[in-house]
Each structure stands twice: as structure tokens, then as C-alpha cells.
Design a protein around this ligand. Structure first.
Ligand code: HEM
Length: 228
């Protein structure tokens, strides 16, 4: 199988370069900057973790039926699954009844619905969402974990930050290399690869929208000189 696009650039490079600007936007979004800059309380972190739960439930509920799919199947790897870890973190952050009354923000609901639709109807689109979340979690997620541990006093790699700890991936750099090889070999023609790139951009847009809604919801709990 052709591992590259017609221009000869590996697909893993194409998708990384194409989403670079939006990645910078996500990293520097007000909510992320405030969260990682220690300007928000653990409440904001808990709210963010709650929203992630809806997204990963969509990703991972969808995964089961895609295991044998020729396009998405190779990406479905049990060591990536995050729902159980999110639930442990939420039990730590919110208590055993963390699920009571929990609802997605409108942006989260739209994001999760899009992921579920891709899982159902368009496996290549699901790959875009899979890449955007899991490769991010294996990369910048480690920076977020480190900051969260220091800012809110979670035990290193313990309850509260288990979402960021991939127990079954001892060497994330090697895993990411393997993941990029899967991307390079994705079973799609150039037009479909372009659609995957477009869907990846949409995935970043969904994340940005969730950050904006979280930021708006967190304004009242902001610490420092901007506090009312
Ligand atoms: C403050 C927040 C973030 C930080 C500090 C951060 C940091 C990083 C870093 C340092 C890398 C490069 C790792 C490497 O080359 O191996 C990376 C890669 C990545 N990040 Fe983030 N990131 C953040 C937020 C996000 C968000 C919100 C998303 C999307 C939901 C995301 C998605 C990705 C993806 C998909 C990659 C892999 C790029 C590739 O190599 O193909 N990141 N991130």
C-alpha cells in the first residue's frame, strides 16, 4: 500500500502540519492557559474532566464495532482506552456519585455526537477524531498531567490524573512512532485522506468550542485580580 500522498509526504506529516495552527490555538486558548497557568481552581479541572468523559465514551463506545473495519480497525488498541481512567478520576474529584446530574455542555454534546456519527457511518472520519485525541493525550497530555499534579496536589500518576497515564504504554515515543506508521499506511485514497485532514480540523474546532464554553462557565470561579 502507498504510505504517502501523491506529493510524497507521509500522511502522518500531512495531518500534523495541517493541524499545527489549530494546535497552537488550542494550547494557547484562554481556558487552557488559565488552567495550566494555575489561575483556576481544581473545580475547573474537574469540569474539564467531566466533559472529556462524554467525548471518550463516544470514542470508545464506537471503537468496539470498528475493530474489524479495514480503515479504522488498525487504530483500535485497548491500551489507549480512557473511559475507566476518567471514571476513577471523576470518583476522586467528585465522589462516588460523580455521575448524578452530570450533563455535557452544548459544545461537548455536539462533539460527542459527531464522533458517534463517524463511528457509525464513516470510519475514516473516526480515525481523524482518534488521532486528534489519543496522540494529543500521549503528547501534551503529559504536560497537563505534570501541571495538574503540581497545581492541585494529585499524587504523581495517581487518582485525579489517571486519564493521562497510559499504564500499558511504557514507551509513548515508540508508541507514537508506531501510530504514525499506521497513519502513513491508512487504507484510504488521496481524496479520502484529504477528508480525514478536514475532519481533524473539525475535531480541533470542537475542542476549541468546548474550551470556550468551559471558560465562560469558569469565569466566576477565576482566581486573582479578575475575581469579582
Ligand atoms: C496546553 C495544552 C497542550 C499542550 C501543552 C500540548 C502539547 C503538545 C506537544 C508538546 C506535542 C508534541 C509531541 C511530539 O512531538 O511528540 C503535541 C502533539 C499533539 N497534540 Fe497537543 N498540546 C496541548 C493541547 C492539545 C489539544 C487540546 C489537542 C487536541 C484536542 C492536542 C492534540 C495534539 C495532537 C493530535 C498531537 C500530535 C501531533 C503529531 O505529532 O501528529 N493537543 N501536543
Amino acid at each position: 500500500m502507498d504510505a504517502t500522498t501523491t506529493s510524497g509526504t507521509p500522511f502522518s506529516t500531512v495531518i500534523r502540519v495541517a493541524s499545527h495552527a489549530q494546535h497552537t490555538e488550542a494550547e494557547t486558548s484562554t481556558f487552557m492557559s488559565d488552567l495550566l497557568g494555575g489561575r483556576l481552581g481544581v473545580e475547573a479541572y474537574a469540569r474539564y474532566t467531566e466533559q472529556l468523559w462524554f467525548v471518550y465514551r463516544a470514542l470508545e463506545d464506537g471503537a468496539a464495532s470498528l475493530r474489524d473495519d479495514p480503515v479504522a480497525g488498525p487504530f483500535i488498541q485497548p491500551e489507549l482506552m480512557r473511559t475507566a481512567e476518567l471514571e476513577r478520576d471523576l470518583a476522586h474529584l467528585r465522589g462516588a456519585s460523580w455521575h448524578d446530574g452530570l450533563a455535557p455542555l452544548p459544545a461537548t454534546a455536539a462533539y460527542a455526537e459527531r464522533v458517534a456519527r463517524c463511528a457509525r457511518d464513516w470510519p475514516a472520519g473516526y480515525v481523524a477524531h482518534h488521532y486528534t485525541r489519543y496522540l494529543g493525550d500521549l503528547s501534551g497530555g503529559q504536560i497537563i498531567r505534570d501541571k495538574a499534579e503540581k497545581t492541585w496536589g494529585f499524587a504523581r500518576k495517581g487518582d485525579g490524573v489517571r486519564f493521562y497515564v497510559f499504564e500499558q504504554i511504557p514507551n509513548p515515543a515508540a508508541f507514537k512512532r508506531g501510530y504514525r506508521e499506521l497513519l502513513d499506511a491508512v487504507n484510504a485514497d488521496d481524496l479520502e485522506k484529504q477528508r480525514i485532514v478536514d475532519e481533524c480540523k473539525r475535531a480541533f474546532d470542537y475542542n476549541g468550542a468546548v474550551f470556550r464554553e468551559l471558560g465562560a462557565a469558569t469565569k466566576s470561579s477565576r482566581r486573582g485580580p479578575l475575581s469579582a
